[in-house]
Design a binder for this molecule. Sequence first.
Ligand SMILES: Nc1nc2c(ncn2[C@@H]2O[C@H](COP(=O)(O)OP(=O)(O)O)[C@@H](O)[C@H]2O)c(=O)[nH]1
Ligand SMILES: [Mg+2]
Length: 304
Amino acid sequence: MNVKKNYINQFNSGDFKTLARSISLIENEVDGYEKLLLSLNPSSAKIIGITGAPGAGKSSLVDALIGEMINDKKRVGVLCVDPTSPFNKGALLGDRIRMSEWYNHPDVFIRSLSTKGSLGGLHPKIIEITDLMKSANFDYVIIETVGVGQSEVDIAALADITIVMLVPEGGDVIQTMKSGLMEVADIFVINKNDRPGAENFYNALQQMLGPVYHKNPKQIPIVKTIATSKEGIPEFYKKIKTWDHDIGSYHKINLVAEKVWSLIQKQKMKDIDKEKMKQELSKEILNAGFNLYLFAKKYIKRSN
Ligand SMILES: Nc1nc2c(ncn2[C@@H]2O[C@H](COP(=O)(O)OP(=O)(O)O)[C@@H](O)[C@H]2O)c(=O)[nH]1
Ligand SMILES: [Mg+2]
């Protein structure tokens, strides 16, 4: 399989089959995928990152949010990333069930990404796939991801708006907040607001954010939802719609700089075969006066 020239035009006409195929091309680094990336023309679609513990209700929230967006005549793309379960089909199935209403809707595209090859992060090709989605004529691109350590920071860097979902049953607020979520959240959602202790949890979170408000007058909104019965969703969507996002955030620049760096590195190293280098080394190292730096220099010259 190779990348077709007219792919981009097909995206713009809203061809989800082409988009799905293109995501696979990128995931599998199929010949020509770089050409496809070079021809992308990303739009100003808003990227919404939703992170939270497994079972918090992210997929249910996304399902309800899609409903609001569709009512508002928007086109929505959804990426579900679950770095915690590379071999577990359960999470994937959960997404399918939770968002089943939307799988065949002409203005909704949903894709679950496997995370093989990524170590704790989001997905090795998440930046590329997000850019692809941004070129596919969506108004919103939602990325659902399980919050595990580094992935919250990554999602915050990738997204224009970062939603951190908490649940009253997830332990106390202070414990939840240890993981640095406070720094990345633009909006907090307290889901499962029908559960006992929800009000206390909300109060504790508000109290906890108090000092943050003190330092930064831009308040972090807290939205209470019951995703399964769609309570609080219109308010949630309104917050997203009116969000004044920060394009050149510190997190984002760092993440993209890392990506650019690794792209340059890959390009520069592409003519170097490590095995051949090892073979050459195994001979030359036997020479008296072998100089490691001179040896390396030959390779640096070759790759320039
Ligand atoms: N009681 C209650 N259950 C919810 C709510 N939102 C989601 N759930 C349930 O929580 C479970 C996990 O939901 P899911 O959306 O798959 O969570 P995810 O793993 O974060 O994507 C499912 O059984 C949902 O029906 C809520 O607001 N209240
Ligand atoms: Mg889910």
